[in-house]
Design a protein around this ligand. Structure first.
Ligand code: GTP
Ligand code: MG
Length: 218
């Protein structure tokens, strides 16, 4: 079939793919980059290379009914020294993930600070907070009893998190489940809160904004 015979009424794949910006935040060294790498590239490195400023990764998902989704994961540096510059990257996000390290209690204490930063900088078009989940990472290193499920349930319930998951980037535990759960929440809010056009989101970081509770343990 030459070009003249093509059925132009059918949109091509790219034009039907909906892009959603998701922030991944939390203290330094908790495993944000490792979780994103595991999810998008399927590998894990034991070496720590701190993120400078911000990094990006894209995950294409074939959702139900042929719906195509791309998650644009914004990997925000956790180190305090980057704090003054990274918050500008929060704009236009439709969802967020806060990560802490099960073996470093101080990183859990910081979760409320990250959530406060998030809610100060970004909200949905209907002025509600963006859907948010909590990842308790490095569960491969946790011993029996290290994960206080009741405390995490209560914390999530009281602080507006949709749910929490004990994850391991190293052993690939619960990361797909957590992301699938978040995608469902994103699609729910996206019905009434259309995100900014993908291309604009990609290149114009300073453009004007427009814009079931769950737990899982390894
Ligand atoms: P910043 O970029 O500084 O904010 O840190 P980060 O949150 O991106 O942490 P990163 O993913 O770089 O991981 C820090 C260290 O923890 C690395 O040495 C990783 O290999 C290790 N790590 C990450 N996730 C896991 C995990 O699930 N289990 C274990 N055992 N180690 C992990
Ligand atoms: Mg990192």
């Amino acid at each position: 079939m030459d070009g003249a015979d093509q059925d132009l009424s059918k949109p091509d794949d790219e034009s039907t793919e909906q892009l959603y910006k998701v922030l991944v935040i939390g203290d330094y060294g908790v495993g944000k980059t490792s979780i994103i790498r595991r999810y998008t590239e399927g590998y894990f490195s034991p070496n720590y290379k701190l993120t400078i400023g911000v990094d990006f990764a894209l995950k294409h998902i074939d959702y139900e009914d042929g719906q195509k989704i791309a998650l644009q994961l914004w990997d925000i540096a956790g180190h305090e020294r980057f704090g003054h510059m990274t918050h500008v990257y929060y704009k236009y996000a439709i969802a967020a993930i806060i990560v802490f390290d099960l073996g470093r209690p101080a990183t859990f204490e910081s979760v409320v600070k990250w959530q406060r930063d998030l809610n100060e900088k970004v909200m949905l078009a209907n002025e509600k907070p963006v859907p948010l989940i909590l990842l308790a990472n490095k569960c491969d290193l946790a011993k029996n009893g290290d994960i206080d499920r009741e405390k995490l349930d209560t914390f999530c319930g009281e602080n507006g998190f949709l749910g929490w998951f004990a994850t391991s980037a190293k052993e690939d535990k619960n990361i797909n489940d957590a992301m699938g759960f978040l995608v469902n929440a994103i699609l729910e809010v996206a019905k009434d809160n259309q995100p900014v056009a993908p291309t604009e989101q990609f290149v114009r970081l300073d453009a004007k904004a427009n814009n079931k509770k769950l737990q899982k343990c390894c």
